[in-house]
Design a binder for this molecule. Structure first.
Ligand SMILES: Cc1cc2nc3c(=O)[nH]c(=O)nc-3n(C[C@H](O)[C@H](O)[C@H](O)COP(=O)(O)OP(=O)(O)OC[C@H]3O[C@@H](n4cnc5c(N)ncnc54)[C@H](O)[C@@H]3O)c2cc1C
Length: 305
């Protein structure tokens, strides 16, 4: 059923979407905010202490998301606890989901990205039995044990630093010959004997019966192999965009991230893409907030024109 037409629809309940809905509502417009499973937070939902977020105290991702959502409700944002499966362009856009069809004059897509899984034998079979993508959720299970973190970016190193508080040893495996992460993370890890670093290496197999017991590594330069005993394997090897709701007329880059112009508008007029779904997004919450603010203000101006 098609209901009333909103001025602005915001899709995705991560920090980008929450911020966009907030600024659109501050502009005095009618705003519908679509939250998959009714839950805000996105990628930082389980992060216990955010880095680089301007606040006077440590802030957890769940706390930030819940606070933003509460403010949005006070501002009159209509929360729709639904996924959106398709966005159709036109003067009035049509959004389709499993539970209904909605209309909006401008659409801001902030459906973010999902953590890539590890493409190695054993990784899928042992998911949830030692293979994890959340150190803040599962780190406490590995007190005194050996764990392996695979990945070389901010997420991998920040989670490795958290694991270092519990684990007996943390081996960080990265395909490159340097980390891509914030320098402060690299400095802390490089100077701490609890961390063993494996450069230019990849995991070729996750070993174990009912649970992870070890990983097999291959040195990409020499081809030599090594088996590292561990009870936990934490995988942060990049992101896959949640872009399936946008049609083929919306340009993507080679990795599937949505291409926009400098004002975050996609090839579909009046449909914006911000945050982790966007090609060229810098990967930090403050950048998600900046993109959300710009897109919301431009979408609002279009509604008022
Ligand atoms: C482990 C980890 C730790 C991090 N720590 C920090 C940090 O400390 N500081 C920092 O600055 N950055 C950090 N980041 C990066 C930060 O998480 C991201 O840059 C940011 O969360 C991106 O926000 P987003 O709203 O664009 O996307 P997301 O967080 O991915 O949110 C997208 C939301 O949209 C929903 N969604 C997906 N598809 C649909 C659909 N079809 N319909 C409706 N909803 C949909 C998803 O369920 C999700 O809730 C971290 C990332 C990771 C992985």
């Amino acid at each position: 059923m098609v209901g009333s037409t909103f001025d602005i629809a915001v899709i995705g309940g991560g920090i980008a979407g929450l911020t966009a809905a907030h600024h659109a509502a501050l502009a005095g417009l009618s705003v519908a905010h679509y939250l998959e499973h009714g839950l805000p937070g996105g990628l930082v939902m389980n992060v216990g202490a955010l880095d680089g977020w301007p606040a006077t105290n440590a802030v957890a991702g769940a706390e930030l998301a819940a606070g933003l959502q509460a403010q949005n409700e006070e501002l009159g944002v209509t929360l729709v606890p639904s996924r959106v499966d398709a966005v159709e362009g036109g003067a009035v856009k049509v959004l389709c989901g499993p539970d209904g069809t909605w209309r909006a004059r401008q659409v801001i897509v902030a459906s973010g990205a999902a953590l890539k899984t590890l493409d190695a034998p054993g990784a899928e079979r042992l998911a949830g039995r030692g293979v994890s993508q959340c150190a803040w959720c599962d780190g406490g299970l590995y007190r005194g044990a050996g764990v392996v973190v695979v990945g070389g970016g901010d997420a991998a190193l920040s989670e490795a630093l958290h694991l270092g508080q519990f684990a007996g040893s943390v081996t960080v495996v990265t395909r490159g010959d340097m980390f891509r992460a914030r320098r402060s993370y690299v400095t802390r890890i490089a100077g701490d004997e609890r961390y063993q670093l494996r450069w230019a290496s990849e995991i070729t197999e996750v070993l174990g019966g009912d649970a992870v017991e070890a990983v097999r590594l291959r040195d990409r330069e020499t081809g030599s192999e090594e088996v590292v005993a561990c009870r936990g394997l934490f995988v942060f090897v990049g992101l896959v965009p949640n872009a399936g709701l946008l049609g083929a007329e919306v340009a993507r880059d080679a990795a599937g991230f949505v291409v926009t112009d400098a004002h975050f508008e996609t090839a579909l007029p009046g449909v914006f893409a911000i945050g982790a779904i966007r090609s060229g997004y810098g990967g930090r919450l403050t950048q998600a907030v900046a993109e959300a603010t710009t897109a919301a203000e431009l979408a609002a101006a279009r509604c008022e024109a």
